[in-house]
Design a protein around this ligand. Sequence first.
Ligand code: ZN
Length: 366
Amino acid sequence: MRWALRLGSVYGISIRVHFTFLFLLAFLFLMSALAEGWRVGLRSVLLIALVFVCVLLHELAHSYVSVRYGLRVRSITLLPIGGLALLEDLPREPRQEIHIALAGPAANFVLALWLGVLWSVLQPEARFAPVLSGEALLPSLFWSNLYIGLFNLIPAYPLDGGRVLRAWLSGRMDYVEATERAVSVGQFFSLLFILGGLVLREPWLVVIGLFVWWAAMAEERLALLQSALERMYLEDVMLTEFHSLAPSDSLFDAVERALHSLQDDFPVVAEGRVVGVVTRNGLLRAFAGQRWNNSVQAVMSSRFETAQPRDTLGTAFKKFTARGLSIIPVLDGDHLVGIVTLQKLLHSITFLSRKGAAEMEFFRRG
Ligand SMILES: [Zn+2]
């Protein structure tokens, strides 16, 4: 995430603070320092910083359980409205997602329990009333953890409670449908937050409501994309009308075909079998080296990957990115039945990750 300051890393997960959060701290300090003096200002900033340490522990709890399930976590960013853990892999097992989601609020409840015990030991006469003030750090932290834990359990996707709901639904229906239902519930709650914020004149509730709305939509797109990658097959998106070259063709033939079609990368076929590929970059290199009299045989790459019609888009995408490929011939047995180019695959993915595409009949196949 841009505009974030890197604090360090825990278990290879980089911890960042978004600049808006630092602005918030500075703003709060100025406001309370001007109103009640710098000592009070410092204590309020200290309280906010400590609350965000608890938010960080909440995100670390999610990350810890994710890593235990073998999922990679890239970073944790602290924003003014809370923390955000960025997972490289998404949990697909409903049980895993439920455990990961519940770990965050559980961390806050454990913290609240410790702080509550400490509070009652240190200040046995204190009143057990909600408070949020830099002058009462211990009780404020106790209540903050209780609030953070409870708030995140609201079933408003993508809050943790919403993730539990999605996981629970996805055990009963299609993953995309489960996500869509959880997103609808999440958007219902975000409207409640916004309305409540307006009625109660609490701007933070409005901000949180808008954030939940936006995040729910972003997560929905991610779920559709992931679903497209894992559940669509190459036979659904591969090019079945394409040109191929023969090893004895000249480079001029290759360029001729590239100029008269939308195709930049070609499979090279000899006696009905794929023996290599010619890529756009390969062609450009040959021409830069003034090797235009060469045959296709001389410039083709014979180190190439093939795929099968029933391979998923995700598998193909990994092949493209892992080896820097730009074309993959699709074979049925030995027979060349289609090609997939990186450009075409990216187009398909962009198209399929839109909401409307999810309703298309073929999308739900498999
Ligand atoms: Zn959480």
